[in-house]
Design a protein around this ligand. Structure first.
Ligand code: HEM
Length: 230
């Protein structure tokens, strides 16, 4: 590989890590610290946080997600097309597992969490000005919370496969079809994503259980690769 390409890819990765930390750092702050704080805060404190802190944290959170997503897919396309890594290679199976879960997380941020939280911020501002509350705001906040917990759950397998792509060998059998794995992946992750969009908080109500579920999902997906592709 040419020196310029190596240096270019290195700087892209550096940006990818920085934006990834900015995004997932805020995600963990929301789920580990802010949610329990808000549950016991009095009404005035809660309103102040929603009006003054939410716009700031959600700004870095959603733009961190955007640039992690863009740098991540750029890295994937660079490796697959410029370096000609085939889609059925073990690297592709692992990085696409992490990248697709990361993409679902990105979509949950931009299509559920941010639009719904924007209404929560507007509602807090209006109520503080003595105007009536926005109808349905509690349901929007609850859906954002389920999507945010789902992203915390997803973050474990997402980072597992991000790190595993080049560093945890799998040695898949070239005779086996990778599509069997992708069908199993779609059913499992599709069910979790459907729940994020339409379902309930369920076991994710407790943060500890969310982390355990995330560890289980990481091993379940790696186990599927192991049994279906080796
Ligand atoms: C849309 C989501 C994402 C996509 C498409 C994506 C894609 C990628 C790609 C292609 C690589 C290079 C892997 C390799 O060369 O083997 C990578 C590496 C990495 N990504 Fe992501 N990524 C995403 C989200 C994230 C997030 C949210 C984080 C959180 C911090 C993250 C952290 C990392 C780390 C630490 C590496 C280095 C792995 C290594 O060098 O072994 N990524 N990512």
């Amino acid at each position: 590989m040419e020196n310029g390409v190596i240096i270019g890819e290195f700087f892209l990765r550096w940006l990818h890590y920085i934006f990834g930390i900015m995004w997932i750092g805020h995600l963990y702050y929301f789920n580990f610290s802010q949610t329990p704080f808000m549950a016991e805060a009095d009404a005035a404190t809660k309103s102040g946080v929603q009006q003054k802190l939410f716009p700031r944290t959600l700004f870095w959170f959603r733009w961190g997600a955007m640039f992690t997503f863009l740098t991540g897919w750029f890295l994937i396309f660079h490796k697959m097309f410029a370096l000609q890594i085939p889609i059925e290679s073990e690297w592709s199976v692992k990085i696409l597992t992490g990248g697709i879960i990361g993409t679902l997380m990105f979509l949950n941020v931009w299509l559920i969490i941010w639009p719904n939280q924007k209404v929560v911020i507007e509602n807090a501002t209006q109520v503080a000005q003595g105007k009536p509350a926005i109808a349905g705001v509690a349901d929007l906040a609850a859906r954002a919370a389920i999507a945010s917990r789902t992203n915390t759950l997803y973050s474990l397998p997402m980072l597992f496969f991000m790190g595993a792509a080049s560093r945890l060998p799998l040695a898949i059998n070239p005779e086996k079809s990778v599509s069997t794995y992708w069908v199993a992946f779609s059913i499992l992750v599709g069910a979790i994503q459907w729940n994020a969009m339409k379902g309930k908080m369920g076991v994710m109500a407790k943060i500890g259980q969310t982390v355990h579920f995330g560890i289980l999902l990481s091993f379940a997906l790696y186990g599927l690769m192991w049994f279906l592709l080796r």
